[in-house]
Ligand binder design. Structure first.
Ligand code: GDP
Ligand code: IMO
Ligand code: MG
Length: 440
């Protein structure tokens, strides 16, 4: 039995989809525990691209059981669409997918509120994905949420929707809504939307906390698939420019109802450089031509919204923070091949503010915004690494770069990804084969 937690080690889009797909081949169960359809996890199998938003990436492996845990905020319409799209591409989705009864649902009004909140924030906007994530988690915390289990008790559902909408209408009374938006706040419309998905989802709805316990006690290999990244974590990220869930292993424990002490190994996925979508501080961001070049070579456009990603050098201060707060045992470095044409590769090893050196990742976004990166420079390898499958395939300078990252962040690199495909991978250590002594 082994439980492996895969978390994003930066601001999301680190290549979790690619890595989870690789490791899901060795898993019995793959579980999503937080976030929602804001995620976009890309997998390329035999040249064919799949982007998973709500469904665990393990779905591409027919023998894997996929769990959407209670900590996920489920947009039922988006879920049904994703199921249909996967089926249309020949992927089996049936009894291999289960959805937590306790999971909260994203309703049409959450998306309308998400959009208007951003508008009201103006220059302070977060740059959300617009998927209704923040408003749905807000409702959950405010005890105004609607859960998957409510779909199957129409009386409870209509009562919960009625109360939630009545409060929202009062709170939103100063906002002018379009006719289409107004519909999202009509109880009849919401009940109709719920009616459309009720029977389709019914066979998939389960007590997923019991399923997880059963998988653990029967000695299954379980992979916990994080969405977003630790720098977008509600508590440990660059607040307020974060998502509304706990993206690390803490989120996995609460979002799946996992008993403490069962997680064997935690790996954090990090690109060989950094990207960020949306607003918020990013000290090692490259502006102008250098940033454009990384974006072009890395194909850095959002998998969910298509927005251009902001690009910059690897930030070791942020990486050390990520390792500290996730408890990662090791890291996976992705997109090494994107640096193939760089004459010089920079790593941000510290920050400076007002002439003072900062080595701890600041809690204050306002301070982080003023931090000037301090770089250590390494010579590029100027040779192709794309598709490399063993360390011996890498140019010496590329191997040295990985060694420098290990030294600077103080954790081993277990896997290096050299392309989007399943096979474009150098595996130094199999994260599923870690000895029993490591427990959280
Ligand atoms: P996720 O959200 O963490 O799963 O990452 P995304 O799927 O949003 O973004 C990662 C992008 O990089 C996707 O387009 C992947 O196909 C691609 N990708 C992943 N690993 C590699 C790699 O090692 N090299 C290259 N060139 N592309 C990669
Ligand atoms: P994956 O799982 C990158 C960002 C948004 C925004 C902030 C809040 O593919 O790595 P939200 O819609 O969650 O309220 O937006 O978080 N964001 C992501 N950035 N990858 C993601 O997911 C993201 N999910 C949310 O751009 O800055
Ligand atoms: Mg993504």
């Amino acid at each position: 039995m082994s439980v492996l937690s895969v978390v994003g080690g930066q601001w999301g889009d680190e290549g979790k989809g690619k890595v989870v797909d690789l490791l899901a081949g060795r898993a019995d169960v793959v579980a999503r525990y937080q976030g929602g359809a804001n995620a976009g996890h890309t997998v390329v199998v035999d040249g064919k691209q799949f982007i998973l938003h709500l469904i665990p990436t393990g779905i591409l492996h027919p023998d894997v059981r996929c769990i959407i845990g209670s900590g996920v905020v489920v947009d039922p319409i988006a879920l049904v669409e994703e199921i249909e799209q996967l089926r249309a591409s020949g992927i089996e989705v049936g009894s291999n997918l289960v959805i937590g009864k306790r999971a909260h649902m994203i309703m049409p009004y959450h998306k309308v509120i998400d959009a208007h909140m951003e508008e009201l924030l103006g220059v302070n906007r977060i740059g959300t994905t617009g998927r209704g994530i923040g408003p749905a988690y807000s409702d959950k915390a405010a005890r105004l949420g609607v859960r998957v289990c409510d779909l199957y008790d129409e009386k409870v559902l209509s009562e919960r929707v009625r109360v939630s909408l009545a409060i929202k209408k009062r709170l939103l009374s100063g906002i002018t809504l379009s006719r289409e938006e107004l519909e999202a706040f009509e109880e009849d419309h919401i009940m109709e939307v719920c009616g459309q998905v009720r029977e389709i989802l019914k066979p998939l709805v389960r007590n997923t906390d019991a399923e997880i316990l059963e998988a653990i006690t029967s000695g299954k290999q379980i992979l916990l698939e994080g969405a977003q990244g630790i720098l977008l974590d509600l508590d440990m990220g660059t607040y307020p420019y974060v998502t509304s869930s706990n993206t690390g292993v803490g989120g996995a424990l609460s979002g799946l109802g996992m008993p403490l002490g069962k997680v064997d190994t935690i790996i954090a996925i990090m690109k060989a450089y950094c990207t960020r979508v949306g607003q918020g501080p990013f000290p090692s961001e490259l502006h102008g031509d250098e940033g454009e070049r990384l974006r072009a070579e890395g194909g850095e456009y959002g998998a969910t919204t298509g927005r251009p990603r902001r690009c910059g050098w690897f930030d070791a201060v942020a990486a050390r923070h990520a390792i500290q707060v996730t408890g990662a045992d090791a890291i996976v470095v992705t997109k090494l091949d994107v640096l193939d044409n760089q004459e010089t590769i920079r790593v941000c090893i510290g920050y400076e503010m007002n002439g003072e050196r900062i080595t701890i990742f600041p809690a204050e976004a306002t301070i982080l915004e003023r931090c000037v990166p301090v770089y250590e420079d390494f010579p590029g390898w100027l040779a192709p690494t794309a598709g490399a499958r063993s360390l011996d395939d890498l140019p010496e300078r590329a191997r040295e770069y990985i060694g420098h990252l290990e030294r600077i962040i103080g954790k081993p690199v277990w896997i290096i990804s050299t392309g989007p495909g399943r096979g474009d991978t150098i595996e130094i250590h199999n994260p599923f084969s870690v000895p029993e002594e490591r427990k959280v």
